[in-house]
Design a protein around this ligand. Sequence first.
Ligand SMILES: [Zn+2]
Length: 309
Amino acid sequence: MRSSHLAAGLVLCAGLAGAADLLPLGRIPPGKTVLVIQPHHDDHTTDYGMGGLIARFVDEGYDAYYVRASNDEKDGNHLPAENDIINLRESIAATRILGMKKVISLNWRNDYMNPIPLDELRAQLILLIRKYRPDVVLGHDPWEHYQKNPDHRNVSRALAEAYWLAGYANVNPEQLKLGLKPWAASYYFGKARLDWGLGHRSNIAMELNESQVRRKEQAYQTHRNVYAHPDSARAMKAALAREHLYIPAWEGLDDQQAAVEMEEWYMNWISRVRGREAGVKYAEDYYFMDEFDYLPGLKDYLKHNVEKQ
Ligand SMILES: [Zn+2]
């Protein structure tokens, strides 16, 4: 990692300690150019957009450029070619309101960015970083959770790589023949849709009754090729014996029976633990999404406004 990033991070975070539950406030870093690299024409908008920060960068003296990686042909109520043109036009108008100088379109096909060569997209972004020489790159965080939009996933991944690699002369050296020079942007702001879920932590528990737990345990034990092998009981007995310990409940059981007894216990244990976390006897936990979860603002609106007919 380049040391300039580390130093910049320290400067930005210095003296920002706040209350334990509050995020520290960031600052606009020193510089004059911000390159906003996004999958779509409208990613500066919406409840998860970054239009406010773009406007603030402009207010604080930055030149701002908007890169839209896709052609946005699926976004709208017209034929693909018409959507592309209308969305570009609206993007130019909207970014002007934010004070941005230019919209650059890479025109990858909207919603079909999974099979594209990521190195090629990355090379385009490296070229733009070397051309515009931004102090700040603003995009999506490629490590955000539950991002189901293929364009967001791929552009943010290519961007994180480009941000890192654009400063190295031996990456895409063919671009240097155009008169471009390696350029390492000092700062990266990555927006993430954390309202889609904080990591892989479960958000619901599904209650189970005794019979369901029993059948789950039996099904587990049916996989005798991989579970409850007598060797596991033998190894456990040997480990305990080294500490002069033993399990009285295993008296009279052969190794196979002891292995079953042990694994039945901990299969039952996990159902009880999950149940306790939800205030019931037995449960399993899941990450659940309903049809409005991808629009948390709309979900909140419905929560406050919907009534029974
Ligand atoms: Zn988007």
